[in-house]
Design a protein around this ligand. Structure first.
Ligand SMILES: CC(C)(COP(=O)(O)OP(=O)(O)OC[C@H]1O[C@@H](n2cnc3c(N)ncnc32)[C@H](O)[C@@H]1OP(=O)(O)O)[C@@H](O)C(=O)NCCC(=O)NCCS
Length: 177
């Protein structure tokens, strides 16, 4: 069972009890504003998503971690790795992403989870490159991207929705654990 501990967080696979807190996060318009077309997700959508994430773990050996706060045991959201199938022009690739409940923003948790995820990808899983894909304008997310040392690679458009996307990347050689 893959589990990572950072000073304040546990990154781990998903438990049944994670559905309710993750569904609350996915139902918050502020959180979902820059995700896909900005629409919120309901409980069933979140249950299906968690099932998909767990399948990706089994198939790929990586996936999206549930992010749990060590101090309280609360699930703050996710951080992790996925294959960005929605953007064929960047494939083959593995992308890092994150989504936390808004009450957990501004405390450095996303960066702490993201850094541990990158270390897992590049050092533990042996990937030689990780990308990130963000909607142009998602400054909070790009702030995390820059703090990880990821470099801008290209701008493109979402194949379905058409809005601008920015792709960043980092190689194993550029990563400082
Ligand atoms: C993107 C997202 C995860 C960023 O969260 P965040 O809390 O802003 O990110 P960070 O963890 O980097 O924390 C930010 C701030 O916390 C503050 N902070 C407080 N305590 C801190 C600590 N102990 N360590 C580090 N930073 C701390 C810092 O001021 C930091 O800002 P700075 O880097 O400008 O100095 C969050 O906005 C989110 O979930 N958005 C919705 C989902 C989304 O858009 N995902 C991306 C698309 S894939």
């Amino acid at each position: 069972m893959t589990e990572i501990r950072t000073p304040r967080l546990i990154l781990r696979r998903w438990y049944d009890d994670d559905l309710a807190p993750m569904a609350d996060i996915n139902a918050d318009p502020q959180v979902m504003h820059w995700i896909d077309d900005g629409s919120v997700r309901d409980l069933d959508d979140t249950a299906e998503a968690i099932e998909r994430w767990e399948e990706e773990w089994d198939e790929e050996g990586f996936g999206l971690f549930a992010v749990e706060l060590l101090a309280s045991g609360e699930v703050a959201g996710f951080a992790g790795l996925s294959v960005p199938d929605f953007l064929p022009e960047v494939l083959p690739a593995v992308a890092i992403s994150w989504r936390l409940g808004s009450q957990f923003w501004g405390q450095g948790y996303a960066s702490e989870a993201a850094h541990a995820t990158l270390e897992f990808a590049l050092q533990d899983r042996g990937l030689d490159r990780v990308i990130s894909v963000n909607r142009v304008g998602n400054d909070a997310s790009e702030n995390v991207v820059r703090k990880l040392g990821m470099e801008p690679e290209r701008e493109t458009a979402h194949p379905v929705h058409g809005f601008p996307l920015r792709v960043h990347a980092i190689d194993l050689t550029e990563f400082h654990a």
